[in-house]
Design a protein around this ligand. Structure first.
Ligand code: NAP
Length: 484
């Protein structure tokens, strides 16, 4: 099978924070891959913008190094790399002051699509929007890409939405959640809405429960300062896990288009019950023999910020009443593994007798590593000896099913950036979605802050605090193992 690459219209993409970690690790290597795939038009340009005093050659050297470090395989195509570097510009700009804005205005081309990626700290988002407007770059054909975190509560998210709305229309604002750019997440929609097989079973009559796990094996590392002010609920639950929950739980949109999809996701968030205090477990990782504990990695030694959270959520509508959603995310866990598991109910009656055991079908959507979808089905164990049942996976791992060419699909960031250029907001969050998501998490955070209870300690490399296991055990269920 051969991949189809549809080139996008000519664009100028300005990356504010073009010297930062995200730009070097994800955005620039991703753009280079799109360039190599032939998706970037010959006229298109990428312009780094930051305060660092670099000239264009210095910036190109920095990007060359970044691509060699973060995508060494692609970097070996030196001819393509040099051609890509030739498309790069750089402007010294201060988001908080007047330096460089006239230069930037001269640098970007007004007769093509102009996209401005805010890959800077969140306190600069509003400043950038204001200055782009002031310097005449917020015209109809321009769009802005806003990184996370989008606020730290409902009030701040509303304020940021209001500031952005003063300078840009909603159709120009792309709030990025890179989980939505993952191939498997889009495949989840293809599986649900492209097959007749699953949708009739996709409700509380047939689904026992749903688990969403986003586990990281690393700790807070160099992000301690930011993370300690956020914690697992603000950093991961309010955005990534919530978005995954929406895609699993939403009604079929009339079309795969921005507003129909976002309308359905919004309805899911609005149908979420407030989380009961007894249905949330917060944890903080301890030191291990070879790695420091959370408290040693942040400045505030007595920090009560959670590096792990598990909770039980209920979507109160006709489709899902009675089917719990168990969500958990955390750092320094057993493995880096993210998956959604749709656990179907047992067959109502076993004709094979008690000794055959109970077997439930599980549809697993793996986000990382090895993106893919797997359906566990029950079959007879081969051979003589009577009717013994076993579960085997029907595996739809893309690399195996599609072959290496098609499995080499774009990474989430590069796909989403191309969507920005195409003007397709389907996989980006709308203002009301972000606000409703905060409206759901704010009371939960306020409740534990009022109680002043510290998070529970858990061993590095574990599955989180024991109480998180108890959260699901008491319902007669168990978490799926966190494995790489
Ligand atoms: P970073 O490494 O600290 O980079 C920040 C960038 O902003 C640098 O290029 C810096 O360059 C520039 N900058 C700082 N102050 C500026 C100013 N006044 N005017 C113009 N440029 C300025 O941060 P990052 O990790 O790349 O993160 C960027 C954004 O992405 C943040 O909102 C973060 O939450 C989000 N994000 C990051 C990751 C990740 O993996 N890194 C993942 C998800 C989301 P100069 O110092 O040269 O000005």
């Amino acid at each position: 099978m051969v991949s189809r690459v549809i080139p996008v219209d000519p664009f100028d993409l300005v990356i504010f924070g073009g010297t930062g970690d995200l730009a070097r690790r994800k955005i620039l290597p991703g753009l280079f891959r799109r360039f190599r795939a032939g998706q970037m038009d010959a006229e298109s340009r990428v312009i780094g913008a930051a305060r660092s005093d670099l000239d264009v050659d210095g910036y190109r050297a920095m990007v060359r190094e970044a691509i060699a470090e973060f995508d060494p395989a692609s970097a070996r195509d030196s001819e393509a790399l040099e051609a890509f570097l030739g498309r790069l510009g750089y402007v010294v700009v201060d988001a908080m002051g007047e330096t460089g804005w006239d230069d930037l205005e001269r640098e970007v081309n007004s007769d093509r699509i102009r996209a401005f990626y805010f890959s800077v700290g969140p306190r600069l988002f509003g400043e950038l929007a204001e200055r782009l407007h002031k310097h005449g770059m917020a015209d109809h054909d321009s769009r802005i890409v806003v990184e996370k975190p989008f606020g730290r509560d409902l009030e701040s998210a509303k304020a940021l939405n209001a500031t952005l709305a003063q300078h840009f229309h909603e159709h120009q604002i792309y709030r990025i959640d890179h989980y939505l750019g993952k191939e498997t997440v889009q495949n989840l929609m293809a599986v649900r809405f492209g097959n007749t097989l699953f949708e009739p079973l996709w409700n509380s009559q047939y689904v026992d429960h749903i688990q969403i796990t986003v586990a990281e094996s690393v700790g807070v590392g160099g992000r301690g300062e930011y993370y300690d002010r956020a914690g697992a609920v603000r950093d991961m639950m309010q955005n990534h896990l919530m978005q995954l929950l929406c895609l699993i739980a939403m009604e079929p949109p009339a079309k795969f288009e921005p507003d129909p999809v976002r309308d359905e996701k919004l309805k899911v968030i609005r149908a979420l019950d407030p989380v009961e205090p007894g249905d949330v477990v917060r944890g903080q990782y301890e030191a291990s023999s070879d790695a420091p504990g959370y408290n040693e990695q942040v400045e505030n030694q007595g920090s009560t910020t959670e590096s792990f959270v598990a909770l039980k959520a209920h979507v109160s509508n006709w489709r899902w009443a009675g089917t719990p959603f168990y969500l958990r995310t955390g750092k320094r866990l057993k493995a880096r593994a993210s998956e959604i598991a749709v656990v179907f109910k047992d067959a109502p009656h076993s004709i094979f007798g008690a000794e055959a055991g109970r077997h439930a079908n599980i549809l697993t959507i793996r986000l990382q590593p090895n993106e893919g979808i797997e359906l566990g089905v029950t079959i007879k164990e081969p051979g003589p000896g009577g009717m013994r049942l076993i579960d085997v996976p029907l595996d739809m791992t893309f690399a195996e099913a599609l072959g290496p060419d098609d499995a080499d699909f774009p990474d989430a960031y590069e796909r989403l950036i191309m969507d920005v250029i195409r003007g397709n907001q389907t996989l980006f969050m709308r203002d009301d979605e972000v606000e409703e998501a905060w409206a759901w998490t704010d009371p939960m955070i306020a409740e534990w802050e009022a109680r002043g209870e510290p998070p529970l300690p858990y061993a590095s490399g574990s599955s989180g605090p024991d109480e998180a296991l108890a959260l699901i055990h008491r319902d007669g269920r168990h978490w799926r193992e966190i494995k790489p």
